[in-house]
Every structure is written in C-alpha cells, then in structure tokens.
Design a protein around this ligand. Structure first.
Ligand code: C2E
Ligand code: CA
Ligand code: CA
Ligand code: CA
Length: 270
C-alpha cells in the first residue's frame, strides 16, 4: 500500500484538534457546574441479599449537557482528575449526598465514590470529617468506595487516613475488587468493611468457570476476614441465585434497579 503522509497527518491533526476542543469544553463545563452547584447525582440501590431490603444507595454523578442526555463519569473523571477539579467536584458531591441523606430513612446508608486524587490529598480525612460534622449525619450511615489502586498509591498515609475515618464510624468499601493489583497482605491490615466484587466477574456467572471461581473465592476469603461482599452489576436471576447460594451478602445492578435521579429513588424507598 502506498503511504500518503501528508493526508494522514492532516487527518491526525484534525483529530487532535477536536480532542483538545472536547477537553477544553468539558473543563469549562465542570467549572461551571461546580460554580453553579448544579451537579446531577443519581442513586442506585444496594440490596441485602438475605432480607431483600435496600441496605444503601450509591451516589453516581452525571453532568447535564444542556440537552436531554447526560454526560457520564467516564468522560468527565479523566479531565476532572488531570485538572484537579475532581477535588472541588468531590466536595460538592459529598455535600449534596449528605443533604439528600436527611430525606432518606435512617436505616439506609449512603455510599460515595472517592477518586485517588481526593484520597491522596493531604488532610482528606480531616476535610471529610468536617463536612460530615457540619451535616449532622451519623458517620455510620456513610460508606466511602475506593479502589485498591487508589489506596496503594501511598499506602501507609492512606491507611492512617482510613483508620481516622473508620474510628469515627465511617464504613469503607474496596471498589472493583479483583481488578487492581491487590495485595492480600495489605488487605489484612486495611481498615475495610466491604469488598465490591467487580462487575466483570459477576458478568461471567453461568458462562465462565474462571469467573465463577473468582467470585466464590472472593466471597469465602472475605468471610474468613470478617468482611462483607457486595456483587456489582447483577443483571440476571441466574447471577443472583449463584450469589445467594455462595453466601454473597449484598447485590447491586440493573436486576434490582438502575441509577436514577433523587426524586425517582425517593419513589422507590418511600
Ligand atoms: P463504579 O463505582 O464501579 O460504579 C458502578 C458503575 O456501573 C456505574 O456507572 C453504574 O451505573 C454501572 N452499573 C450499575 N449496575 C450495572 C449493571 O447491572 N450493568 C451495567 N452494565 N452497569 C451497571 P457510572 O454511573 O457510569 O459510573 C462509572 C464510574 O464513575 C464509577 O464506577 C465510579 O468509578 C465513577 N464515579 C461515579 N460517580 C462518582 C463520584 O461521585 N465520584 C467519583 N470520584 N467517581 C465516581
Ligand atoms: Ca463505586
Ligand atoms: Ca465498582
Ligand atoms: Ca468501576
């Protein structure tokens, strides 16, 4: 095949140009929603598999793109993290969740995602506790979700931070468990309450023996360490049955309900 370097360069630079424009637009949008305090937060139920009741709600943010559709975190987070805007965005999200939690029955917990940039910020623990104190929400109603990778970034500092949070009653979940580089050695000393079994493994239930084995292993390991398990991305009856049979504690996924805005979730829990 003949090469046409001129043409492909033009094509390449146009792509870069539109990519830069996209990122700049997103940056502006993130700044704007922070300024206007106009972040959308969706909530998805986490179900206690023994009782069938809602145990908690996970907060998942979205941005309004001005039209009917919303922008998903996967497009926003990389830009928000690179620019550091994730810190302010995270604070706004936390405060909205704390405010919302007052409308939710006391027995339901609220779960918030924390990015590695937030966790690794000096005084993350103190700032988090301050927000919580100002809100009058009992700390044991709040769960923070962190990935293994975020914790491992600077593990000894983060263990101290997590201990400080846990000491006050805040619960800690490891998100996407099994996908990061997890050190079982650290898991033993991390102040953790829940392991969230990554959706990629739950997806393979009924289809892939390896995935089934991984799910079983995570559940039994968690039990032996006195941790609770939450299966992510439960979509089918078959997956649910497998999880119950193998002693998984909680489930979350489209089978139970998709993430929905505040008013919709209130209809479900009222
Ligand atoms: P995550 O914490 O692992 O959240 C679960 C994601 O899976 C959510 O995507 C949720 O909508 C989706 N999901 C739930 N059940 C199912 C299912 O049954 N099937 C399928 N296919 N998907 C399901 P979402 O809301 O787009 O969020 C993506 C990621 O963005 C989250 O992954 C989390 O890492 C991050 N994120 C979301 N909200 C926040 C936030 O407030 N702060 C931070 N730092 N990160 C957030
Ligand atoms: Ca999560
Ligand atoms: Ca997850
Ligand atoms: Ca994830």
């Amino acid at each position: 095949a003949k090469r046409t370097p001129g043409k492909s360069f033009e094509f390449f630079s146009k792509n870069i140009y539109s990519e830069i424009t996209r990122i700049l637009n997103l940056k502006e949008k993130i700044r704007k929603v922070i300024e206007e305090n106009n972040i959308l937060i969706y909530y998805q139920p986490i179900i206690n598999l023994k009782t069938g009741e809602i145990d908690s709600l996970e907060a998942l943010f979205r941005l309004n793109d001005g039209n009917e559709t919303v922008i998903l975190p996967k497009d926003i987070i990389p830009v928000a993290e690179e620019t550091g805007l994730i810190v302010e965005l995270g604070e706004r999200i936390l405060n909205s969740v704390l405010k919302f939690s007052k409308k939710v029955p006391q027995n339901i917990k609220l779960s918030v995602n924390i990015s590695s940039i937030q966790l690794n910020k000096p005084m993350f623990d103190r700032d988090f506790l301050l927000s919580l104190e100002n809100s009058d929400i009992p700390p044991d109603r709040i769960v923070i979700e962190l990935t293994e990778t975020a914790i491992m970034d600077s593990v000894s500092e983060n263990i101290t931070k997590l201990r400080n949070l846990k000491e006050k009653g805040i619960k800690i979940a490891i998100d996407d468990f099994g996908t990061g580089y997890s050190s079982l050695n650290y898991l033993k000393i991390l102040p953790v309450d829940f392991l969230k079994i990554d959706r990629s493994f739950v997806k393979g239930i009924g289809r892939d023996r390896n995935d089934e084995m991984i799910v079983k292993t995570i559940i039994s390991m968690a039990k032996s360490m006195n941790l609770k398990t939450i299966a992510e991305g439960v979509e089918t009856e078959e997956q649910l049955r497998f999880l119950i049979e193998n002693g998984c504690d909680y489930g979350q996924g489209y089978y139970f309900g998709k993430p929905v805005p505040e008013d919709k979730i209130m209809e479900v829990i009222d």
